[in-house]
Ligand binder design. Structure first.
Ligand code: GSH
Length: 217
């Protein structure tokens, strides 16, 4: 099988990049990675070498190019079916896919008000009612998954799955911005932050020399 090559952006700031990267690390899949720095004069040119969509993450696999974080997670599940990318149970898998899609398509108020920066702690930022609604919805989603399917471990569906990879950058945002969570959500967030793949992402982000002022405000 051809080697997997994941092209991502700065680990400090790129939440979309974090999702497939953490999923692949969590599943113990070997891959080559290329990190492109955002907001540079040649960023678009660098990304265009790998994908005409102009965004990262991008997964290259032989002749295959996959863009969009959720499509990458599905491609990995199709290509390496011996790994537990999605929950095995059909009902659990349906919910995992639904909440992953909800994350991919939504929570825009939360995402724009709380840009990812895993190197920072930013406390005391006022939140709009729309952002609070997203924060509440995320906790409802997490609580429902944990209550219904979470018996086999500390993650949304027990074992770490693609649904956790999709929500990992929401956990990091809640940490960065000091969002107070209900007990179930906080326990889940703690499990995500303690996962070796997430810890590795934080360590790599700390080691990055790039600082982009726009994302540090
Ligand atoms: N919906 C896309 C979003 C990808 C995206 O917005 N990526 C950002 C980095 S986090 C990007 O590539 N930006 C390119 C640029 O700003 O030049 C996904 O799920 O992969």
């Amino acid at each position: 099988m051809a080697d997997l090559h994941l092209v991502i952006a700065n680990k400090a700031y790129s939440s979309w990049s974090m999702r497939p990267w953490v999923a692949m690390k969590a599943q113990g899949v070997a891959f080559k990675e290329t990190v492109i720095c955002l907001q540079q004069p040649d960023t678009a040119e660098q990304i265009a070498k790998y994908s005409a969509a102009g965004k990262v993450p991008v997964l290259k696999h032989g002749e295959v190019t996959v863009w969009e974080s959720l499509a990458i997670l599905d491609y990995l599940a199709d290509t390496l079916p011996s790994h537990a990318w999605w929950p095995e149970d059909r009902a659990a898998r349906a919910m995992a896919r639904a909440i992953a899609a909800e994350m991919h398509a939504g929570f825009t108020n939360l995402r724009s008000a709380m840009p990812m920066n895993v190197r920072r702690t930013i406390l005391g930022r006022e939140r709009t009612a729309e952002v609070d609604k997203d924060v509440a919805r995320v906790q409802t989603v997490w609580g429902a998954a944990r209550a219904k399917f979470g018996q086999g471990g500390p993650f949304l569906f027990g074992k770490f799955s693609n649904a956790d990879a999709m929500y990992a950058p929401v956990v990091t945002r809640f940490k960065t911005y000091g969002v107070k969570l209900d007990a179930v959500s906080q326990a889940y967030a703690d499990a995500i932050l303690a996962h070796p793949a997430v810890k590795q992402w934080y360590a790599d982000a700390e080691a990055e020399a790039w600082v982009i002022e726009k994302y540090e405000l």
